[in-house]
Design a protein around this ligand. Sequence first.
Ligand code: GDP
Ligand code: MG
Length: 163
Amino acid sequence: MNPTIVLVGRPNVGKSTLFNRLTKTRDALVADQPGLTRDRHYGIGRVGERKYLVVDTAGFDPVAKDGILHEMARQAEQAIAEADVLLFLVDGRSGLTPHDEQIAARLRRAGRPVHLVVNKAEGMERALVAADFHALGLGDPLPVSAAHGDGVRQLVDIVLAPF
Ligand code: GDP
Ligand code: MG
């Protein structure tokens, strides 16, 4: 069976960019504007013979009447329900935010494997990038640059290893 990898994280951390990198498509919408992608996005990725399904959780409605925290909670529940493994993306440039902490709190109780992925880490020192995010209690942060591709192959190898 092909494992389902679900990308989760607050708006603008680079989920859609990583989705495109993992599926080698331009299918997911990428924009400077947070929350542009309205719905969930599914794609197939492959390393060698190994196939996996990737889900880009998006659909953060910037004018959602119940607010962004409610919307993030809803997204997290959907992501957990669908995932064999979750990639929780954070932004190495902006550092840890309260929204990251909210999502992390839910993911720690997910009962699914979660990998903490620090995106936008190109040109940044590995140890420095990681230090900030250890506090989330989700293990060793894995630095990547979705935009440039740095660390993405290593990430996929780590994520798929148990499957
Ligand atoms: P999403 O809202 O989480 O899906 O984030 P997007 O994939 O739409 O990306 C949000 C912004 O971050 C866009 O301007 C991207 O070009 C930028 N971005 C994504 N990945 C990287 C990266 O690895 N490095 C840098 N510097 N910017 C990135
Ligand atoms: Mg997106």
